[in-house]
Design a protein around this ligand. Sequence first.
Ligand code: SAM
Length: 276
Amino acid sequence: MSLEDLPPLRDVLAEHGILANKGFGQHFLLDLNITRKIARLAGPLDDCVTIEVGPGPGGLTRALLEAGGRVIAVEKDPRFLPLLADLAAAAPGRLTVIQADALKVDERALADAVQPGAPVRIVANLPYNVGTPLLIKWLTGPLRPESLSLMFQKEVAQRIVAEVDTDAYGRLGVISQAVAETEIIMDLPARAFTPPPKVASAVVRLTPKTERPSDTDLQSLEAITREAFGQRRKMLKSSLKLLGGEALCEAAGINPEARAETVDVAGFLRLARARL
Ligand code: SAM
């Protein structure tokens, strides 16, 4: 059977008697028009290995395979393995399914096993409970993806792209934007998912910059933003007291009486480097 001949996703779920498990953050995209649009907006996929986390019944996986290239799908819930095996058979040699917890896998090693040194793109409708730790792992770890196109709860998506001096601006935005260009490329209402979650969602595309801060700069940035936004209403000289306080701010050219949300990403990078 080819990809075009696969039965509708609703029928596949019914045939296997699979109901969504909320504990695994399962909200499925069963409309292939939507998954194809996500794959299209994720950029050219035929020149790279695409890693998808949480393929579930495989709606997005189908669209990624239609877009071309090789796909590695990492799924924790073993109930989906037979469905994904059918999908792999419909796209011979192009889909590798790994049953694992995505927080624990080494994506670089997985991609290299499929195609050594291959450029990697990540595309995923993420389980909400692990979306943020996965994003930080991919942005700051050894994978070095070309791009990441990721579905989040809308409120999390807004925090990733937030501008300085807004309520949504915080640690997640600073770390994401220190490493990557960020953009919301699609909004989706809750009713687009089966079952619908409580809140709306959005897809964020992150394109890592060619010059990434060093690993030590990033570690320092994580520590500084944890303290600064942990007490975001306080002046930096007091919230950053344990990391150097007023002297640190002055060394970085930042007003010690400023509050975290008024310091832009470049300012936080200066603070991170001044602390080293
Ligand atoms: N991609 C599918 C879609 O769009 O219809 C399913 C998306 S659903 C929001 C999240 C998926 O991630 C589920 O299939 C769930 O089993 C899987 N999942 C949850 N936690 C995971 C983890 N730690 N590692 C890998 N997969 C996980």
